[in-house]
Ligand binder design. Structure first.
Ligand code: ATP
Ligand code: ZN
Ligand code: MG
Length: 510
């Protein structure tokens, strides 16, 4: 894709631009095109790639400029460089700048397949015209928008959309790292169905939500204990409690605001907590037995954010804007204080893919070397659990979500420590004998400087600050374990059976 920018703008001055002023402008325009706009541009770049004033006219105190550019000294940068020069030169003639207005701004993209994305809904785009593989976009922008480089952000957004379209169905790159030996499985049923049959769990009243009876919780807590005994304890992670209601401010910094919208559960607040304001709603329910959703919608503000989606973003405000002393690194913490919620839409299945789930999130940060070393220790500890403690048939794979690859978050360029190439996610998957498919039941991610940069966290030494996280999905662990071992403890590894204890059947339903 090749990009061209064309800007028509008016600079209005304090007096008519005649005589000396007009003479000065001739020199200014020439200087801008030959020198000012060429600053920082690689030598030999063709003229039509670089910002240049292609037309100008004086009308009383106003100077109407047309600036065109390719990718270098883009029209919206060029105008401010010119403005600076003009203020100095005309200032000497006691002429001051009164204001700038943007008349038109157009973006021309060449080499774009018609219909490959929909520019109509992108902010600031007010007119769209396709001409074969050339796309003309009219943007309505203020001078402040130009200064904020909104056109650059729009170009980046379009590039992202085109890459996403290119990527099509391939959601992520998947590369096997390890696969355990095959095992024979004493059970080949669907664990959710079997648990329901035995009264271990029951579907709750919301979609993708379960009520876990004592028997299933005994097993979930046993698995949690194994994580504590084998991973969290030996590797020195300390427990914290992260908030589970996440305001936009957090997701703006964590990057989730770039795309989490289709999967979040939104949170709203009442416009007021005055009972009189809500009386009509309560009365409606009392009389009709129905909750009046529309009346509620009128009385709430927000959404102010959403329910926890990934656990770690909510940790970062704890150290936002700080510099961490070298001697406290690496920081190793974890959270298991509450539920995560995702609107999984058609994808929900059993306890494997639910809208409300429980996860232990392990989080660490330090220098790149420390961050990578902890990820390696975690891999070893998990390996031991799945092989020796749980006896699972499992595998792990490097996955790179396409958005990560294209955000340049996966850096394969050689660096001194070789850490750059380690940024990314490893998924752990278990075989589900009943379906023959593999279930991702946890992951380990090295997130590079993404979170420290987003939340302004630095380390004392000159080293970069990096972080990592690992999400242990308890429903997924339970599903993976039961799918392979079944619900009868005689087939369970000793440690799991011991920690779980006799299943407690509290309820006798008549
Ligand atoms: P999937 O591809 O299965 O949707 P994901 O890539 O969205 O998973 P992550 O965002 O990496 O999952 O979340 C980390 C962990 O959280 C997963 O490995 C899993 O254990 C758990 N998890 C995520 N979504 C769900 C869900 N809907 N139900 C249960 N556990 C989940
Ligand atoms: Zn995380
Ligand atoms: Mg998912």
């Amino acid at each position: 894709m090749f990009v061209r920018f064309r800007l028509r703008a008016t600079l209005t001055f304090s007096s008519d631009l005649a005589g000396d002023a007009e003479e000065a402008l001739i020199g200014l325009v020439d200087e801008a095109n030959r020198v000012t706009f060429r600053r920082g541009v690689p030598a030999g770049t063709p003229d039509d790639m670089v910002g240049r004033i292609t037309g100008w006219e004086v009308c009383g105190p106003s100077l109407v400029l047309t600036i065109e550019s390719g990718p270098y000294t883009r029209a919206h940068d060029a105008i401010f460089r010119f403005k600076k020069q003009a203020m100095i030169t005309l200032g000497r003639l006691r002429i001051g700048l009164r204001g700038i207005s943007v008349e038109t701004f157009t973006l021309t993209l060449e080499g774009v397949k018609p219909g490959s994305f929909h520019p109509e809904k992108i902010p600031f785009i007010t007119d769209v015209e396709w001409e074969g593989e050339t796309l003309h976009l009219t943007l309505t922008l203020s001078p402040a928008d130009l200064e904020e480089r909104v056109p650059d952000r729009i170009v980046r957004l379009i590039e992202e959309k085109l890459k996403a379209a290119d990527y099509g169905g391939k959601a992520e790159h998947w590369e096997l790292i390890f696969e355990s030996r095959e095992r024979t499985h004493p059970f080949t049923g669907d664990p959710t169905a079997e648990m329901e049959k035995r009264g271990w769990i029951k579907h709750a009243l919301w979609r993708g939500q379960w009520i876990y009876g004592p028997q299933s919780v005994q097993l979930i807590r046993a698995l949690e204990t194994i994580v504590i005994e084998e991973v969290i304890g030996p590797l020195g992670f300390s427990e914290m409690i992260f908030p589970k209601l996440v305001p936009w401010e957090v997701w703006k910094r964590s990057g989730h605001a770039k795309g989490v919208y289709p999967e979040i559960y939104y949170v709203c607040t009442p416009k007021t907590r005055d009972p009189a304001y809500w009386e009509e709603v309560a009365d409606h329910f009392k009389v009709t037995g129905e909750v009046p959703i529309e009346k509620i919608r009128e009385r709430i503000d927000g959404p102010i954010g959403g329910l926890c989606y990934a656990q770690c973003p909510s940790f970062w405000p704890f150290i936002q804007g700080s510099t961490l002393a070298d001697d406290c690194l690496p920081i190793r913490v974890f959270d298991r204080s509450g539920t995560s919620h995702r609107y999984e839409s058609g994808g929900i299945h059993g306890i494997e893919r639910v809208d409300e789930f429980h996860r232990i999130e392990i989080l660490w940060l330090g220098t790149p070397e420390q961050t990578v070393a902890i990820a390696d220790q975690l891999h070893e500890a998990y390996h031991r659990i799945f092989e020796e403690v749980l006896g699972l048939q499992w595998r792990c794979a490097r996955v790179t979500p396409w958005f990560m690859a294209q955000e340049g978050m996966v850096d394969s360029s050689p660096d001194s420590c070789g850490c750059g190439a380690r940024v990314g996610t490893t998924d752990y998957e278990a075989l589900l004998p009943y379906s023959g498919s593999w279930l991702e039941f946890q992951n380990v991610s090295i997130n590079g400087d993404k979170y420290p940069t987003g939340f302004g966290v630095k380390v004392q030494s000159k080293a970069e600050c990096w972080s990592g996280c690992s999400g242990i999905g308890l429903e997924r662990w339970t599903a993976a374990f039961l799918a392979q071992k079944g619900l009868d403890q005689e087939h369970w590894p000793a440690r799991v059976a011991e920690l779980t204890g006799e299943p407690k059947d509290l309820f006798r339903i008549l």
